[in-house]
Ligand binder design. Structure first.
Ligand SMILES: Cc1cc2nc3c(=O)[nH]c(=O)nc-3n(C[C@H](O)[C@H](O)[C@H](O)COP(=O)(O)OP(=O)(O)OC[C@H]3O[C@@H](n4cnc5c(N)ncnc54)[C@H](O)[C@@H]3O)c2cc1C
Length: 471
């Protein structure tokens, strides 16, 4: 790839204005070396900032962590808590688990303040309410980002902050159900769940945080029939415990461990030590959170694969926890027979008139058929960039400018988030942050990891601009 000599007004285009894109833009604006930069934020939603997770307007959808973990800025950890303290939601005290829609408002307010602030220098920040469709490289080494509204932004740096993509089909090979009215690919789509009548027969695939949200939303909408939940391991997410003091970090004991078995042995030792002191398992797990990326990165590929095969399911339900009030609601619904959890794998989904027939195979049995008027897909997002069908991703993939990792967790990058092409060469113009960086960190999903990536990437881009302007 060509080395770019950045102009007096470097242009940075950030594709995606959800949490990660917003955090990045705010950090870029704080870099003195980027005072002259023209920053473009591309986000098609009506309101920029909240993204997929926090656009929802349903107050029953709660944040799954306490406010102290949710500041946009890693160096001002209380920023969100302080903001929340001044909101109507806090009239009776700051909520322990605030609605996600409230958090979306916080993100939008912070972004809007920056979008509308008088420019402190010659630089600028501009939001384009559209999508980016292609970003080919030009003869001068810059990229031409073409937007769906016909605008082209010639850019020195392009950062992909596109978040999560819809889940892959949960069953095949007959995919006719994907186009059937009774099948809901996207539980977050506006009004999608409101198509479900109060007595309709509903089946959810998956039992993670998404499934819990869907159950809460259905109850809120007056749904009263039993709901079938089919999940491979049949576990609900663990519940948050009370806010407790932290457990001391023991990463130095794990730094040299390159096997999952070795890591587990150290971890179990600390669980026992914690239990002996009356400390719960949660603070022990949380104490390792800042180092998870480093641990994952030192494991050889076969150990990473072993972790995914044997422990990722357990990890998902212990690391991503639900607010206690949500867990209590699900427990009450289960006790009342209104939620029926089946352990098994969905093997087939077949349209049958107005309904879908779903074949569920519990382990080592031929399986049985369920009939549902609505099937809601609550499995995780599609992470495999070899299969993602977004036009921008496809065009970059076809040009060999991005590559999926061999475990199909996201994109191959260097330590700064610069993309590796199909030839293994690191791009000087194309970067990413957010869930796409799971191959490097495994945990690249939640606010604490993403805001740190944003801050570090902003510093890195500023450094590159500084270096070329003095050379
Ligand atoms: C339902 C849900 C609840 C969650 N709850 C929590 C929580 O409580 N706490 C927590 O820490 N984390 C939570 N998360 C994790 C969440 O993924 C992160 O907190 C964060 O929101 C991810 O930000 P992002 O910017 O990577 O993705 P998003 O916020 O989804 O933003 C990506 C944006 O890119 C845009 N986009 C995509 N393609 C293009 C294109 N071609 N051109 C232009 N724009 C494009 C999309 O419109 C989207 O708005 C939750 C996730 C989900 C899905």
């Amino acid at each position: 790839m060509l080395a770019v000599n950045h102009s007096a007004h470097p242009v940075i285009t950030v594709v995606g204005g959800g949490f990660a894109g917003t955090a990045l833009v705010l950090q870029l604006r704080q870099q003195p070396a980027l005072a002259h930069a023209k920053i473009h934020l591309i986000e098609p939603r009506e309101v920029p900032g909240p993204g997929l997770a926090y656009t929802v307007r349903r107050p029953e959808y709660l944040l799954n962590v306490r406010p102290g973990a949710l500041s946009l800025y890693p160096d001002v950890p209380n920023h969100f808590t302080e903001w929340l303290r001044g909101q109507p939601e806090s009239a009776a005290g700051v909520p322990e688990f605030a609605p996600r829609t409230t958090y979306g408002r916080y993100l939008n307010e912070e972004l809007t303040a920056e979008l509308t602030a008088p420019a402190p220098g010659p630089g600028s920040l501009c939001w384009h309410q559209t999508t980016a469709v292609v970003a080919p490289i030009r003869p001068d080494g810059r990229r031409a980002v073409l937007l769906a509204n016909g605008t082209t932004l010639v850019s020195d740096f392009v950062v992909l902050a596109m978040g999560n993509f819809p889940p892959p089909p949960p069953a095949g090979p007959d995919h006719r159900y994907l186009h059937h009215d009774a099948y809901h690919t996207d539980p977050w789509g506006p009004g999608n769940l409101r198509r479900i009548g109060p007595d309709d027969n509903v089946l959810l695939i998956g039992s993670g945080l998404t499934a819990m949200d869907v159950l809460l939303a259905l109850r809120q909408d007056g749904h009263r029939a039993p709901v079938t939940v089919v999940a491979r391991h049949g576990r609900w997410p663990a519940t948050h415990g009370p806010a407790t003091p932290t457990y001391p970090n023991f990463y130095p004991e794990l730094a040299g461990e390159t096997t999952v078995t070795g890591v587990l042995a150290v971890f179990k030792r600390h669980l026992r030590a914690a239990a002996a002191q009356g400390i719960d398992w949660r603070p022990v797990l949380d104490s390792l959170r800042p180092d998870l990326g480093r641990m994952w990165a030192t494991w050889p590929l076969q150990e990473q694969r072993r972790f995914l095969r044997h422990l990722a399911g357990l990890w998902a339900v212990t690391r991503h926890r639900s607010p206690p009030q949500n867990a209590a609601t699900i427990a009450a619904l289960t006790a009342a027979g209104l939620v029926r959890l089946h352990v098994g794998t969905v093997k087939e989904i077949l349209p049958d008139g107005n309904v879908l027939r779903v074949r569920v195979r519990p382990h080592d049995t031929p399986g049985c058929w369920h009939v549902a008027q609505h099937v809601v897909c609550c499995t995780g997002p599609l992470l495999d960039y070899g299969r993602i069908a977004d036009p921008l991703v496809m065009s970059l993939r076809d040009a060999g400018h991005l590559s999926a990792d061999s475990l199909r967790l996201g994109l191959l990058t260097d330590t700064h988030g610069a993309l590796r092409g199909a030839d293994g060469v690191v791009s000087t113009t194309l970067f990413t942050l957010g869930p796409s960086r799971r191959p490097a960190y495994f945990e690249s999903t939640a606010v604490p990891e993403l805001r740190r990536q944003a801050a570090e990437l902003a510093v890195e881009l500023a450094k590159r601009v500084e270096q070329t302007s003095v050379s």
